[in-house]
Design a protein around this ligand. Structure first.
Ligand SMILES: [Zn+2]
Length: 417
Protein backbone atom coordinates (compact mmCIF):
# COMPACT_ATOMS: atom_id res chain seq x y z
CA UNK A 1 0.00 0.00 0.00
CA UNK A 2 2.81 2.39 0.92
CA UNK A 3 4.62 1.62 -2.34
CA UNK A 4 1.37 2.41 -4.17
CA UNK A 5 1.02 5.75 -2.43
CA UNK A 6 4.61 6.61 -3.16
CA UNK A 7 4.03 5.75 -6.81
CA UNK A 8 0.97 8.01 -6.82
CA UNK A 9 3.03 10.78 -5.45
CA UNK A 10 5.79 10.25 -7.99
CA UNK A 11 3.26 10.25 -10.83
CA UNK A 12 1.68 13.44 -9.49
CA UNK A 13 5.03 15.14 -9.02
CA UNK A 14 6.14 14.03 -12.49
CA UNK A 15 2.97 15.47 -14.02
CA UNK A 16 3.54 18.66 -12.07
CA UNK A 17 7.13 18.84 -13.33
CA UNK A 18 5.99 18.34 -16.91
CA UNK A 19 3.54 21.23 -16.58
CA UNK A 20 6.17 23.46 -14.99
CA UNK A 21 8.80 22.66 -17.61
CA UNK A 22 6.24 23.13 -20.41
CA UNK A 23 5.63 26.69 -19.30
CA UNK A 24 9.36 27.26 -18.76
CA UNK A 25 10.02 26.09 -22.33
CA UNK A 26 7.81 28.86 -23.59
CA UNK A 27 10.41 31.21 -22.23
CA UNK A 28 7.91 32.72 -19.87
CA UNK A 29 9.67 34.82 -17.29
CA UNK A 30 7.44 35.14 -14.32
CA UNK A 31 7.23 38.26 -12.30
CA UNK A 32 7.31 38.09 -8.50
CA UNK A 33 3.60 38.83 -8.47
CA UNK A 34 2.76 35.95 -10.74
CA UNK A 35 4.92 33.59 -8.75
CA UNK A 36 3.16 34.61 -5.55
CA UNK A 37 -0.27 34.04 -7.07
CA UNK A 38 0.80 30.70 -8.48
CA UNK A 39 2.17 29.62 -5.14
CA UNK A 40 -1.08 30.61 -3.50
CA UNK A 41 -3.19 28.66 -5.99
CA UNK A 42 -0.94 25.60 -5.80
CA UNK A 43 -1.02 25.44 -2.02
CA UNK A 44 -3.52 22.61 -1.86
CA UNK A 45 -1.56 20.47 -4.29
CA UNK A 46 1.65 20.86 -2.29
CA UNK A 47 -0.24 19.85 0.85
CA UNK A 48 -1.67 16.89 -0.97
CA UNK A 49 1.73 15.77 -2.22
CA UNK A 50 3.30 16.10 1.21
CA UNK A 51 0.48 14.10 2.80
CA UNK A 52 1.08 11.36 0.28
CA UNK A 53 4.83 11.50 0.88
CA UNK A 54 4.24 11.03 4.58
CA UNK A 55 2.12 7.99 3.73
CA UNK A 56 -1.05 9.44 5.19
CA UNK A 57 -4.16 8.07 3.56
CA UNK A 58 -6.80 10.63 2.58
CA UNK A 59 -10.13 10.62 4.43
CA UNK A 60 -12.32 7.71 3.48
CA UNK A 61 -15.69 6.59 4.79
CA UNK A 62 -13.58 4.35 7.05
CA UNK A 63 -13.01 7.39 9.24
CA UNK A 64 -16.71 7.32 10.04
CA UNK A 65 -15.96 4.93 12.90
CA UNK A 66 -14.63 7.96 14.78
CA UNK A 67 -18.09 9.43 14.80
CA UNK A 68 -20.78 8.92 17.34
CA UNK A 69 -23.37 6.29 16.39
CA UNK A 70 -25.96 9.03 16.54
CA UNK A 71 -24.31 10.89 13.69
CA UNK A 72 -24.00 7.73 11.62
CA UNK A 73 -27.64 6.93 12.23
CA UNK A 74 -28.69 10.41 11.14
CA UNK A 75 -26.48 10.25 8.04
CA UNK A 76 -27.95 6.86 7.13
CA UNK A 77 -31.45 8.25 7.64
CA UNK A 78 -30.64 11.17 5.36
CA UNK A 79 -29.41 8.76 2.68
CA UNK A 80 -32.79 7.08 2.72
CA UNK A 81 -34.17 10.42 1.45
CA UNK A 82 -31.34 11.24 -0.93
CA UNK A 83 -33.75 11.65 -3.84
CA UNK A 84 -35.71 14.51 -2.24
CA UNK A 85 -35.14 18.04 -3.46
CA UNK A 86 -34.85 19.63 0.00
CA UNK A 87 -31.92 17.33 0.91
CA UNK A 88 -29.60 19.38 3.13
CA UNK A 89 -26.11 18.64 1.82
CA UNK A 90 -24.47 20.94 4.40
CA UNK A 91 -25.97 18.89 7.25
CA UNK A 92 -25.08 15.64 5.49
CA UNK A 93 -21.48 16.79 5.13
CA UNK A 94 -21.27 17.54 8.85
CA UNK A 95 -22.84 14.21 9.78
CA UNK A 96 -20.33 12.35 7.61
CA UNK A 97 -17.37 14.29 8.98
CA UNK A 98 -16.65 16.00 5.66
CA UNK A 99 -17.05 12.83 3.61
CA UNK A 100 -20.30 13.72 1.89
CA UNK A 101 -19.00 13.15 -1.64
CA UNK A 102 -17.48 9.69 -1.04
CA UNK A 103 -20.42 8.53 1.10
CA UNK A 104 -23.01 9.78 -1.38
CA UNK A 105 -21.28 8.24 -4.40
CA UNK A 106 -20.84 4.85 -2.70
CA UNK A 107 -24.52 4.88 -1.76
CA UNK A 108 -25.69 5.81 -5.26
CA UNK A 109 -23.41 3.21 -6.88
CA UNK A 110 -25.07 0.64 -4.63
CA UNK A 111 -28.58 1.92 -5.37
CA UNK A 112 -27.97 1.49 -9.11
CA UNK A 113 -26.01 -1.79 -8.80
CA UNK A 114 -23.10 -0.20 -10.68
CA UNK A 115 -20.43 -2.03 -8.69
CA UNK A 116 -21.84 -5.37 -9.75
CA UNK A 117 -22.64 -4.28 -13.30
CA UNK A 118 -19.14 -2.98 -14.07
CA UNK A 119 -17.44 -5.53 -11.78
CA UNK A 120 -15.77 -2.69 -9.90
CA UNK A 121 -13.14 -3.38 -7.24
CA UNK A 122 -14.41 -1.80 -4.00
CA UNK A 123 -10.90 -0.90 -2.81
CA UNK A 124 -10.12 0.86 -6.09
CA UNK A 125 -13.49 2.62 -6.06
CA UNK A 126 -12.92 3.95 -2.53
CA UNK A 127 -9.41 4.98 -3.47
CA UNK A 128 -10.61 6.83 -6.57
CA UNK A 129 -13.45 8.60 -4.75
CA UNK A 130 -11.14 9.48 -1.86
CA UNK A 131 -8.68 11.05 -4.30
CA UNK A 132 -11.44 13.05 -6.01
CA UNK A 133 -12.80 14.34 -2.70
CA UNK A 134 -9.32 15.22 -1.46
CA UNK A 135 -8.44 17.08 -4.63
CA UNK A 136 -11.24 19.58 -4.08
CA UNK A 137 -9.93 22.60 -2.17
CA UNK A 138 -11.69 22.69 1.18
CA UNK A 139 -10.61 26.32 1.66
CA UNK A 140 -12.69 27.44 -1.35
CA UNK A 141 -15.96 28.88 -0.06
CA UNK A 142 -17.87 27.52 -3.05
CA UNK A 143 -15.89 25.24 -5.37
CA UNK A 144 -15.22 22.53 -2.81
CA UNK A 145 -16.25 18.88 -2.30
CA UNK A 146 -19.62 19.89 -0.80
CA UNK A 147 -20.53 21.65 -4.07
CA UNK A 148 -19.53 18.45 -5.92
CA UNK A 149 -21.73 16.39 -3.57
CA UNK A 150 -24.59 18.86 -4.05
CA UNK A 151 -24.32 18.65 -7.85
CA UNK A 152 -24.19 14.83 -7.61
CA UNK A 153 -27.33 14.78 -5.46
CA UNK A 154 -29.12 17.07 -7.94
CA UNK A 155 -27.93 14.89 -10.83
CA UNK A 156 -29.40 11.85 -9.08
CA UNK A 157 -32.76 13.67 -8.81
CA UNK A 158 -32.64 14.44 -12.56
CA UNK A 159 -31.64 10.89 -13.51
CA UNK A 160 -34.79 9.74 -11.69
CA UNK A 161 -37.05 11.93 -13.81
CA UNK A 162 -39.69 9.63 -15.35
CA UNK A 163 -38.91 10.96 -18.86
CA UNK A 164 -35.33 9.83 -18.46
CA UNK A 165 -35.07 7.02 -15.92
CA UNK A 166 -36.51 4.26 -18.09
CA UNK A 167 -34.25 5.08 -21.02
CA UNK A 168 -30.92 5.30 -19.25
CA UNK A 169 -28.37 2.50 -19.49
CA UNK A 170 -26.08 1.61 -16.56
CA UNK A 171 -23.27 3.31 -18.51
CA UNK A 172 -25.29 6.55 -18.77
CA UNK A 173 -25.94 6.52 -15.02
CA UNK A 174 -22.30 5.70 -14.23
CA UNK A 175 -21.03 8.54 -16.43
CA UNK A 176 -23.62 11.01 -15.18
CA UNK A 177 -22.74 10.43 -11.52
CA UNK A 178 -18.98 10.30 -12.12
CA UNK A 179 -19.04 13.54 -14.15
CA UNK A 180 -21.11 15.27 -11.45
CA UNK A 181 -18.75 14.16 -8.67
CA UNK A 182 -15.57 15.18 -10.51
CA UNK A 183 -16.75 18.15 -12.60
CA UNK A 184 -14.87 20.84 -10.58
CA UNK A 185 -12.04 18.78 -9.11
CA UNK A 186 -8.92 20.77 -8.09
CA UNK A 187 -10.75 24.06 -8.80
CA UNK A 188 -8.37 26.86 -7.73
CA UNK A 189 -11.17 29.19 -6.55
CA UNK A 190 -10.55 31.75 -9.30
CA UNK A 191 -12.00 31.94 -12.81
CA UNK A 192 -10.51 31.48 -16.26
CA UNK A 193 -9.90 35.18 -17.02
CA UNK A 194 -7.88 35.37 -13.80
CA UNK A 195 -5.74 32.37 -14.83
CA UNK A 196 -5.20 33.92 -18.27
CA UNK A 197 -4.22 37.37 -17.04
CA UNK A 198 -1.82 35.94 -14.44
CA UNK A 199 -0.40 33.59 -17.08
CA UNK A 200 -1.07 30.57 -14.94
CA UNK A 201 0.47 27.40 -16.38
CA UNK A 202 -2.99 25.83 -16.84
CA UNK A 203 -4.04 28.69 -19.14
CA UNK A 204 -1.10 28.09 -21.46
CA UNK A 205 -1.47 24.31 -21.21
CA UNK A 206 -5.08 24.50 -22.45
CA UNK A 207 -4.55 27.50 -24.75
CA UNK A 208 -6.93 29.78 -22.86
CA UNK A 209 -9.96 27.67 -23.83
CA UNK A 210 -12.16 25.85 -21.28
CA UNK A 211 -9.06 25.98 -19.09
CA UNK A 212 -10.68 24.94 -15.82
CA UNK A 213 -13.03 22.36 -17.32
CA UNK A 214 -10.17 20.76 -19.28
CA UNK A 215 -8.16 20.57 -16.07
CA UNK A 216 -11.07 19.02 -14.14
CA UNK A 217 -11.44 16.39 -16.85
CA UNK A 218 -7.74 15.59 -17.27
CA UNK A 219 -7.32 15.41 -13.48
CA UNK A 220 -10.23 12.95 -13.33
CA UNK A 221 -8.68 10.80 -16.04
CA UNK A 222 -5.36 10.90 -14.16
CA UNK A 223 -7.06 9.70 -10.97
CA UNK A 224 -9.02 7.02 -12.83
CA UNK A 225 -5.75 5.64 -14.19
CA UNK A 226 -3.88 5.99 -10.89
CA UNK A 227 -6.60 4.12 -9.01
CA UNK A 228 -6.93 1.49 -11.74
CA UNK A 229 -10.71 1.65 -11.31
CA UNK A 230 -11.39 0.80 -14.97
CA UNK A 231 -8.21 -1.17 -15.64
CA UNK A 232 -10.11 -4.50 -15.86
CA UNK A 233 -12.26 -3.22 -18.75
CA UNK A 234 -11.27 -3.52 -22.44
CA UNK A 235 -9.05 -0.59 -23.44
CA UNK A 236 -11.48 0.77 -26.04
CA UNK A 237 -14.29 0.76 -23.46
CA UNK A 238 -12.33 2.61 -20.77
CA UNK A 239 -11.08 5.10 -23.39
CA UNK A 240 -14.64 5.72 -24.53
CA UNK A 241 -15.69 6.29 -20.91
CA UNK A 242 -12.87 8.81 -20.43
CA UNK A 243 -13.91 10.66 -23.59
CA UNK A 244 -17.57 10.77 -22.59
CA UNK A 245 -16.63 12.03 -19.14
CA UNK A 246 -14.67 14.79 -20.87
CA UNK A 247 -17.61 15.73 -23.07
CA UNK A 248 -19.87 15.93 -20.01
CA UNK A 249 -17.45 17.93 -17.85
CA UNK A 250 -16.56 20.32 -20.69
CA UNK A 251 -20.29 21.04 -21.14
CA UNK A 252 -20.26 22.80 -17.74
CA UNK A 253 -18.19 25.65 -19.26
CA UNK A 254 -20.63 28.52 -18.78
CA UNK A 255 -19.24 30.35 -21.83
CA UNK A 256 -20.78 27.58 -23.96
CA UNK A 257 -24.21 28.12 -22.40
CA UNK A 258 -25.88 29.59 -25.51
CA UNK A 259 -24.59 26.86 -27.77
CA UNK A 260 -26.21 24.18 -25.59
CA UNK A 261 -29.35 26.18 -24.90
CA UNK A 262 -30.03 26.82 -28.60
CA UNK A 263 -29.54 23.15 -29.51
CA UNK A 264 -31.76 22.04 -26.62
CA UNK A 265 -34.50 24.52 -27.60
CA UNK A 266 -34.33 23.41 -31.22
CA UNK A 267 -34.73 19.73 -30.24
CA UNK A 268 -37.73 20.58 -28.05
CA UNK A 269 -39.34 22.76 -30.75
CA UNK A 270 -38.89 19.99 -33.33
CA UNK A 271 -39.81 17.26 -30.83
CA UNK A 272 -37.05 15.15 -32.31
CA UNK A 273 -35.25 13.89 -29.21
CA UNK A 274 -35.01 10.11 -29.41
CA UNK A 275 -33.69 8.73 -26.14
CA UNK A 276 -33.20 5.33 -27.75
CA UNK A 277 -30.17 6.95 -29.39
CA UNK A 278 -27.02 6.98 -27.27
CA UNK A 279 -25.99 10.36 -28.74
CA UNK A 280 -29.29 11.97 -27.70
CA UNK A 281 -29.07 10.49 -24.21
CA UNK A 282 -25.54 11.88 -23.96
CA UNK A 283 -26.80 15.32 -24.93
CA UNK A 284 -29.49 15.16 -22.25
CA UNK A 285 -26.88 14.08 -19.71
CA UNK A 286 -24.86 17.17 -20.66
CA UNK A 287 -27.92 19.35 -20.11
CA UNK A 288 -28.79 17.56 -16.84
CA UNK A 289 -25.25 18.15 -15.54
CA UNK A 290 -25.41 21.82 -16.57
CA UNK A 291 -28.71 22.14 -14.70
CA UNK A 292 -27.32 20.35 -11.63
CA UNK A 293 -24.29 22.66 -11.66
CA UNK A 294 -26.36 25.85 -11.52
CA UNK A 295 -29.41 24.60 -9.61
CA UNK A 296 -28.65 26.51 -6.38
CA UNK A 297 -31.35 29.18 -7.01
CA UNK A 298 -33.89 26.37 -7.52
CA UNK A 299 -33.36 25.04 -4.00
CA UNK A 300 -35.36 26.03 -0.95
CA UNK A 301 -34.35 29.55 0.20
CA UNK A 302 -32.34 28.50 3.25
CA UNK A 303 -30.03 26.27 1.17
CA UNK A 304 -30.06 28.58 -1.84
CA UNK A 305 -29.02 31.59 0.26
CA UNK A 306 -26.01 29.75 1.69
CA UNK A 307 -24.77 28.83 -1.77
CA UNK A 308 -25.27 32.40 -3.00
CA UNK A 309 -23.21 33.82 -0.16
CA UNK A 310 -20.51 31.22 -0.67
CA UNK A 311 -20.11 31.84 -4.40
CA UNK A 312 -20.02 35.60 -3.88
CA UNK A 313 -17.45 35.18 -1.11
CA UNK A 314 -15.28 33.28 -3.61
CA UNK A 315 -15.73 36.06 -6.20
CA UNK A 316 -14.84 38.72 -3.61
CA UNK A 317 -11.69 36.82 -2.60
CA UNK A 318 -10.61 36.86 -6.24
CA UNK A 319 -11.35 40.60 -6.33
CA UNK A 320 -9.24 41.10 -3.19
CA UNK A 321 -6.37 39.19 -4.79
CA UNK A 322 -6.67 41.31 -7.93
CA UNK A 323 -6.68 44.50 -5.85
CA UNK A 324 -3.69 43.31 -3.84
CA UNK A 325 -1.65 42.57 -6.97
CA UNK A 326 -2.75 45.70 -8.86
CA UNK A 327 -4.76 43.80 -11.43
CA UNK A 328 -8.04 44.99 -12.89
CA UNK A 329 -10.89 43.72 -10.70
CA UNK A 330 -13.00 41.21 -12.61
CA UNK A 331 -16.76 41.65 -13.09
CA UNK A 332 -18.80 40.51 -10.05
CA UNK A 333 -15.65 40.38 -7.89
CA UNK A 334 -15.78 43.84 -6.33
CA UNK A 335 -17.36 43.57 -2.91
CA UNK A 336 -17.88 47.34 -2.74
CA UNK A 337 -19.77 47.49 -6.04
CA UNK A 338 -21.30 44.05 -6.60
CA UNK A 339 -23.81 43.06 -3.94
CA UNK A 340 -24.92 39.48 -3.37
CA UNK A 341 -28.54 40.22 -4.43
CA UNK A 342 -27.51 41.94 -7.67
CA UNK A 343 -25.10 39.11 -8.58
CA UNK A 344 -27.82 36.55 -7.89
CA UNK A 345 -30.49 38.39 -9.90
CA UNK A 346 -28.14 38.57 -12.90
CA UNK A 347 -27.18 34.92 -12.56
CA UNK A 348 -30.81 33.81 -12.30
CA UNK A 349 -32.01 36.01 -15.20
CA UNK A 350 -29.27 35.23 -17.71
CA UNK A 351 -28.18 31.69 -16.86
CA UNK A 352 -30.56 29.76 -14.61
CA UNK A 353 -34.04 30.80 -15.79
CA UNK A 354 -33.46 30.27 -19.53
CA UNK A 355 -31.94 26.82 -18.91
CA UNK A 356 -34.56 25.60 -16.44
CA UNK A 357 -37.45 26.83 -18.56
CA UNK A 358 -36.29 24.43 -21.27
CA UNK A 359 -35.56 21.65 -18.75
CA UNK A 360 -39.11 22.12 -17.44
CA UNK A 361 -40.42 21.74 -21.00
CA UNK A 362 -38.38 18.58 -21.50
CA UNK A 363 -39.39 16.89 -18.23
CA UNK A 364 -43.05 17.90 -18.31
CA UNK A 365 -45.13 16.80 -16.49
CA UNK A 366 -42.64 16.77 -13.61
CA UNK A 367 -43.39 17.53 -9.99
CA UNK A 368 -39.69 18.18 -9.37
CA UNK A 369 -39.46 20.75 -12.18
CA UNK A 370 -42.56 22.51 -10.87
CA UNK A 371 -41.02 22.65 -7.40
CA UNK A 372 -37.73 23.97 -8.77
CA UNK A 373 -39.43 26.68 -10.85
CA UNK A 374 -41.47 27.68 -7.80
CA UNK A 375 -38.34 28.13 -5.69
CA UNK A 376 -36.53 29.89 -8.53
CA UNK A 377 -39.23 32.55 -8.89
CA UNK A 378 -39.63 33.04 -5.14
CA UNK A 379 -35.88 33.27 -4.57
CA UNK A 380 -35.47 35.78 -7.40
CA UNK A 381 -38.27 37.92 -5.97
CA UNK A 382 -36.65 37.74 -2.56
CA UNK A 383 -33.24 38.82 -3.88
CA UNK A 384 -35.01 41.69 -5.69
CA UNK A 385 -36.52 42.88 -2.42
CA UNK A 386 -33.17 42.54 -0.66
CA UNK A 387 -31.38 44.43 -3.43
CA UNK A 388 -33.25 47.59 -2.61
CA UNK A 389 -33.54 47.04 1.11
CA UNK A 390 -29.85 46.88 2.00
CA UNK A 391 -26.48 48.22 1.10
CA UNK A 392 -24.13 45.60 -0.40
CA UNK A 393 -22.22 45.10 2.84
CA UNK A 394 -25.43 44.65 4.85
CA UNK A 395 -26.95 41.93 2.68
CA UNK A 396 -24.31 39.35 3.42
CA UNK A 397 -24.63 39.40 7.13
CA UNK A 398 -28.21 40.43 7.69
CA UNK A 399 -30.20 39.27 4.69
CA UNK A 400 -31.43 36.24 6.55
CA UNK A 401 -32.24 37.87 9.85
CA UNK A 402 -33.87 41.04 8.56
CA UNK A 403 -36.11 39.64 5.88
CA UNK A 404 -38.97 37.57 7.27
CA UNK A 405 -39.91 34.85 4.83
CA UNK A 406 -43.46 35.29 3.54
CA UNK A 407 -43.44 32.06 1.53
CA UNK A 408 -44.51 28.72 2.96
CA UNK A 409 -40.89 27.68 3.34
CA UNK A 410 -39.82 24.58 1.49
CA UNK A 411 -42.68 22.42 2.63
CA UNK A 412 -44.94 22.11 -0.35
CA UNK A 413 -44.19 19.63 -3.06
CA UNK A 414 -40.78 18.87 -1.61
CA UNK A 415 -40.91 15.20 -1.01
CA UNK A 416 -40.27 14.13 -4.55
CA UNK A 417 -39.95 10.34 -4.47
ZN1 LIG B 1 -19.57 23.31 -10.46
Amino acid sequence: MKVGLLQDCCIRLTLFDIVISASAQQGEVESGTRRKIKRLLSFQRYCHASRLLRGLVPHTPGSLHLLDDDYLGQAAHMLSKVGTWNFDIFLFDRLTNGNSLVTLMCHLFNVYGLIHHFQLDMVKLHRFLGMVQEDYHSQNPYHNAVHAADVTQAMYCYLKEPKLAEQLSPLDVFLGLMAAAAHDVDHPGVNQPFLIKTRHHLASLYQNTSVLESHHWRSTVGMLRESGLLSHLPADMSQDMEQQLGSLILATDISRQNEFLLTFREHLDNQDLDLQLASHRHFILQIALKCADVCNPCRVWELSRQWSERVCEEFYRQGDLERKFDLEISPLCNQQADSVPSIQIGFISYIVEPLFEEWHRFTEPSLLSQTMMGHLHKNKARWSRLRYAHTPSDTQTHSHAEEPEPEGGGGEGEDIP
